[in-house]
Design a protein around this ligand. Structure first.
Ligand code: 5GP
Length: 138
């Protein structure tokens, strides 16, 4: 159990509105929703960031995320949504236990606002970077 607010939710020490549970995954409503239906999906494994998560927990999350998204769509009637997962305080992670946000995006403007400061990819630098990443993934 992680020593975070989500660890306490998993242990039952703090209440929540539970949406889903299996052996490896737990989901519940966010206490400060950006829109109606804002749901958090977490592994029971106490990893702080996604890169620290085991393949088994990652697979369990990946298996159930689309199903929970479908339930959120069905219940809210909102077909568009964002799935967000922050890693590290500088990347807006407030709770140090991996969590995926499912955030419905209704047409009237609620939901996630995103800053997206895109720039052009330099082709030569991109080729070098992709090669380094392929090596790191071996
Ligand atoms: P983060 O910024 O770490 O990606 O998001 C943390 C999320 O956890 C926030 O959306 C926040 O509202 C939610 N949260 C924080 N404390 C609690 C709590 O005690 N219960 C529930 N249900 N959600 C919480």
């Amino acid at each position: 159990m992680s020593d975070t607010i989500f660890g306490k939710i998993l242990s039952g020490a703090i209440p929540c509105h539970k949406v889903y549970e299996d052996e490896q995954v737990f989901a519940f409503l966010d206490i400060s929703p950006l829109s109606t239906g804002h749901t958090l999906v977490i592994p029971k494994e106490p990893a702080q960031t996604l890169d620290a998560l085991s393949d088994e927990s990652a697979a369990a999350l990946g298996r159930v995320l689309p199903r929970i998204c479908r339930a959120v769509i069905a219940v809210t009637g909102v077909r568009e949504y964002n799935v967000l997962e922050n890693n590290g305080a500088g990347a807006h992670q407030a709770v140090a236990h991996v969590h995926f946000h499912i955030i419905p995006k209704p047409s009237h403007g609620e939901g996630l606002g995103i800053g997206w400061p895109a720039r052009a990819l330099d082709q030569k630098a991109g080729a070098e970077l992709a090669a380094k990443l392929r090596t790191a993934l071996r």
